[in-house]
Design a protein around this ligand. Structure first.
Ligand code: C5P
Length: 397
């Protein structure tokens, strides 16, 4: 890591056992030339001492909103910060943020800020899974707060599950990444998302349970990184991510046409859509009447959009998805080769389709990289970071 970053952050520490990791986080940030102002809640001081944090950052720690002689510590500190990071963020503090409460220095500072807020949750798996916490997290994401983690793993309480704070090194990297220039500025990204719908007759059709959430999350993550995103979307009930161009399609054939129209200018193509493998050879224009006789539909294969793009003379950097119901590694490795793509994101269909969370394994020339279970936006950001670094390295096949 470099020692050159001339940035100022407020590191907010709230009262959870993961507070001990904040010491290492502060050390890593300071090492990179970042000025770190620590603000602790009273509860946090029961887990780690202000003296430790002061020694590591070289700055007095702020705790009490009344300790500053002008009584304006919250305004002052939030004005000088370029980013506020809450690590660890307890369920209680997340709840406060979601509701805009301001009953101590740290929460007041968050409310008074005009800079990005990054939150690294840390809590017992049951508290994380609780509907109230999940509702609060949705609120924070909708408010533009950046979520860092949590990860899954062994917890201080001895249980295993989701809610563990990311390690200091991972947090430091994610924080520094938010300072960077937008890595995909000026790049065009074409994404397919959602299911396709293949008509049988005027009212019936063949489709699948894809919700489009993963593709939309990737569109959002790519936009955050500065890319110009075109999202070719099958029928979904999702709202268009801000800043993207969405092209609505219904069938695989329409999706293929839209991709062909936009692929020439794309730098990266990400095929997330669950394209129907077959369509009805001769859909009926009228509703097919019910009868007692068996009905046979002739299905004809749809074009493989991803394979078409990957085999263009000058293909964009292609990322594919594989949803398998078994033998994930084996089938994903095979699929990456067969489709001739540099990066493939694989998941178990039964975990992923329609769900808000997922667990992904990335396959590339270097092997496999596990993205642990998280909400789809967190995964999308991690996937985009990985894809971008491969793309920028010119690692495309
Ligand atoms: O072969 P399979 O359908 O499992 O491959 C999945 C990947 O290929 C996904 O990235 C999907 O978006 C893409 N695909 C496609 N066109 C198809 C079928 C799949 O682009 N007709």
């Amino acid at each position: 890591m470099e020692h050159t970053l001339n940035k100022r952050i407020v590191l907010g520490i709230t009262g959870g056992i993961a507070a001990y990791k904040a010491a290492e986080l502060a050390r890593l940030l300071v090492k990179q030339g970042i000025t770190v102002q620590v603000v602790m809640t009273e509860a946090a001081t029961h887990f780690i001492t202000p003296a430790t944090m002061q020694a590591l950052t070289g700055n007095p720690v702020l705790i009490d909103q009344w300790q500053d002689d002008k009584g304006m510590a919250h305004i002052h500190s939030s004005r000088i910060a370029e980013t506020i990071v809450i690590a660890p963020a307890t369920a209680d503090f997340i709840s406060k943020l979601a509701h805009g409460l301001a009953d101590d220095l740290l929460s007041t500072l968050c409310l008074a800020r005009d800079c990005p807020l990054l939150v690294a949750p840390a809590m017992n798996k049951q508290m994380w899974a609780n509907v109230a916490t999940q509702r609060n997290m949705q609120r924070l994401l909708a408010d533009g707060v950046t979520l860092l983690g949590p990860a899954s793993g062994l917890q201080a309480c001895g249980e295993k599950g989701m809610g563990r704070m990311l390690e200091a090194e991972e947090l430091a990297q994610a924080i520094v990444a938010t300072f960077g220039t937008k890595e995909l500025a000026g790049r065009k990204i074409l994404i397919t998302a959602g299911p396709t719908y293949e008509a049988i007759d005027a009212v019936r059709g063949i489709t699948n349970r894809s919700s489009g959430k993963m593709g939309y999350a990737i569109a959002q993550a790519a936009t955050e990184m500065g890319a110009e995103v075109t999202l070719v979307s099958g029928p979904t009930s999702l709202t268009k991510p801000n800043g993207t161009q969405r092209i609505d399609v219904t069938s695989a054939a329409e999706m293929f046409d839209a991709v062909k129209q936009h692929v020439d200018s794309a730098d990266i193509f990400i095929a997330v859509a669950a394209v129907a493998d077959y369509r009805v050879a001769q859909p009926s224009e009228q509703k097919i009447k019910k009868s007692d006789a068996a009905l046979t539909l002739e299905l004809t294969p749809n074009p493989d959009i991803l394979a078409y793009v990957a085999n263009l003379p000058k293909p964009p950097f292609c990322v594919g998805f594989a949803a398998e119901s078994e033998k994930l590694r084996e089938l994903a490795t095979e699929k990456r080769k067969k489709k001739n793509i540099p990066l493939l994101a694989a998941n178990l269909a039964q975990n992923a389709i329609g769900s808000d969370e997922n667990e992904i394994v990335l396959f590339d020339d270097d092997g496999e990289h596990v993205l642990p279970r998280a909400d789809k936006l967190t995964l999308a950001r991690a996937l985009m970071r990985h894809a971008t670094s491969l793309y920028l390295k010119g690692n495309a096949k």
